[in-house]
Design a protein around this ligand. Sequence first.
Ligand SMILES: [Zn+2]
Length: 269
Amino acid sequence: MVYLLFTFIFTLGLMIGSFLNCLIWRLHTGEGMMDRSRCPKCKHKISWYDNIPVLSYLFLLGKCRHCKEGISWQYPVVEFVTGVLFLLAFMVEFPIDFEILNLTSFFIIIKSWFVISVMIIVFIYDLRWYLILDRVMIPSFIIVFLLNLASGYLSGNLVEILWKSLICGIIGGSFFLIQFLISKGKWIGGGDIRLGFLMGLVLLWPGVIIALMLAYISGAIISVFLIMIGKKKWGSQVPFGIFLSTATIVTMFWGQVLADWYLNLILVT
Ligand SMILES: [Zn+2]
């Protein structure tokens, strides 16, 4: 029974991943969501059997059926990663048994899945086009805020969650706003400020601080590594959104574990 549920959630994640790929592409090109997907090169409409998450990519050996143009690795990777993260979110939120499944946990898991989807869009879009879109950020503020309020209302601390969300959002946003003002917009883009605000809404306290630390540490390590292997130069642009989005997902899953580990480290030494 449990495995049936896991298979269902993983499949749901694969399908949402496929939708995210399509959404990312259409956010970029400005096409409507209702049009059928087409091969970007030969413009052939893509049939449903060539649009099955991960499997179609493998059957087609990563090439368009009609013109043999290579299909980006982004497609199967995003689908697979979304599937894995959806399942992981469920297992992290409900590790022991499903007796506790109720309306509050429903809102918690919907929030996790929503945040995963948004962060995947941020990651891919920033990696490919160095941009964090307002068209993604602003609807996300509203949806995450409402999901916070819903779970706050159900657990009887609506007012507390309301204030926590706003204050943590402002903490996350102002962290980048200060750097934006000091550097006159050279280090940080407006998109980072809005992503910081969203991270605050999602992770609350102390999650927002943990995620920012995590993003800076991993960003620094990977940048130095890329410079060392000659892939980047000092001062070249780094899409920081990829670190912020990854840190948000990691903190959402393991924020408490990381906080405990860090406190232990300080207390021991
Ligand atoms: Zn084609």
